[in-house]
Design a protein around this ligand. Structure first.
Ligand code: PFF
Length: 448
């Protein structure tokens, strides 16, 4: 761990930070919504398989690149390159990931701002200001601008403090809170009428849908988004891990936490939808499709909370605080990618780099807010449906085809002496060389 550039002080710190990046709106909002729109348990099953068989190996590639390079994404990839064209290619891939992270943050900050404003609504109503509370839940330019800016300032505040004092400290505080809140909410929703029907829809797969092409594409996209792949984020987090740590097991633990939290979020949201249905809220159209689609958490859940009286105010508050926390531990990782690049490649001071880059991304968010009807989806699509899979695939190509096998082994062996004799080493190199790039490319081309 380079002392001057900072690093995670402990294994727990890294796990919380990387899981914090992975666990976000994608898990608690995206995954349940996709599950509900893609045949329930069939989607869950495919997601689990793809997360462990494709996303985890690609995740390991990014962590390894970073830990080997001990630097930002561009420098780390260039350290693995052997000639000029490979160095140029490394720049394209590393910088592409940094741009993807910045673009994702520019729209993610807007969505996170909505979560913050929905968390304030029940507080305002608790004090009896029901009319004023409407402002927090209705779409408006002023609300979007204010809350996007607030959320970005929070993100900047944490990243300015650096790796150990900012990312690690806050992830260690926020992630346990998130897990506790999620568990309490699940227990509560499970006790309500209609929840068991939701549980059935969530856990009994319709196997005929498992090979549905659209379902496969959505599940793979979701798995990559969830593990923050193709964004330079896991490269930079990998670079802050000590050489004494066993990367294979750290990566597996983070993947397991990420997948488990998505699964738990489904256990909250899908039953909550059926509880709302039992209370008379329309959830599905006649053809079985979701009525509210991606607005699920802003329409169905608040109407469920409304039906609970005063208790609903507390539950609603807890739910949207949970969302805000999840978003924050992800947004800090997105800002760290570009900041580490500016600090290490352009000798900028960390606090300055964080402020300038954070404010630059905020300006982009404001432009999106001003043109929300077409820009929000467009930026999300460019960065997550195109940017992430392409960059993630190129990282696999880098590790599989450009990096020498012996150097990879030497890097993995640090903190894991015995790795040569494990199943991981027998499968993974071959996997990262052939299976991951081909599968990602196939799904990507199909999605076009
Ligand atoms: N993994 C985050 C989520 O599931 O919400 C989103 C994310 C974080 C994407 C960091 C990209 C990134 F660089």
């Amino acid at each position: 761990m380079g002392v001057s550039r900072g690093g995670f002080s402990s294994r727990f710190g890294f796990i919380m930070a990387a899981a914090g990046s992975a666990v976000g709106l994608g898990n608690i909002w995206g995954f349940p919504t996709q599950t509900a729109s893609n045949g329930g348990a069939a989607f869950v099953l495919v997601y689990l398989v793809l997360a462990f068989c494709l996303a985890y190996p690609a995740f390991m590639a990014e962590l390894l690149i970073g830990r080997y390079g001990q630097a930002n994404a561009v420098t780390s990839l260039q350290k693995m390159s052997h000639n000029l064209w490979q160095k140029r290619f490394a720049f394209m891939v590393g910088f592409g990931g940094i741009i993807a992270a910045a673009l994702i943050l520019s729209f993610y900050g807007i969505l996170a701002g909505w979560m913050m404003s929905f968390a304030i609504d029940p507080v305002v109503r608790l004090f009896g200001f029901n009319d004023a509370a409407q402002w927090f839940v209705n779409q408006s330019l002023a609300r979007n601008l204010i809350f996007t800016a607030l959320f970005m300032l929070l993100t900047i505040f944490i990243i300015r403090r650096g790796v150990e004092d900012g990312i690690e400290k806050w992830s260690k505080r926020l992630m346990p809170m998130l897990i506790i809140l999620l568990t309490v909410l699940i227990i509560y929703v499970m006790s309500l009428e209609g929840a068991s029907e939701g549980l059935k829809a969530y856990l009994q797969p319709d196997l005929s849908r498992v090979f549905d092409a659209d379902l496969l594409i959505s599940a793979l996209g979701q798995a990559f988004f969830s593990l923050s792949l193709g964004t330079s984020v896991m490269i930079i987090y990998g670079s802050y891990i000590s050489k004494k740590e066993n990367l294979v097991s750290l990566g597996a633990q983070v993947t397991l936490i990420d997948v488990s939290i998505a699964f738990l979020a489904g256990l909250l949201i899908i039953p909550a939808m059926y509880v709302a249905q039992a209370q008379g809220v329309a959830i599905f159209a006649e053809d079985g499709s979701l009525i509210s689609g991606s607005n699920l958490v802003f329409t169905v859940l608040p109407s469920l909370f409304d039906g609970m009286g005063v208790m609903g105010l507390f539950v609603g508050f807890a739910f949207f605080v949970l969302m805000t926390i999840a978003a924050l531990t992800s947004s800090i990782s997105m800002l760290e990618g570009p900041v580490s690049y500016a600090v290490e490649r352009h000798d900028m001071e960390r606090t300055k780099a964080t402020t300038y880059i954070g404010l630059g991304i905020l300006v982009l968010s404001i432009i999106i807010v001003l043109n929300i009807s077409f820009m929000l989806d467009l930026v999300a699509m460019i960065s997550t449906q195109y940017g992430q899979p392409i960059i993630a695939m190129l990282c696999c190509v880098f590790v599989g085809w450009i990096w020498y096998r012996n150097s990879i082994l030497a890097e993995i062996k640090q903190g894991n002496d015995d790795v040569e004799n494990t199943l991981f080493w027998k499968i993974w190199p071959w996997y990262i060389k052939f299976v991951c790039p081909t599968a990602i490319a196939a799904v990507f081309i199909h999605s076009l």
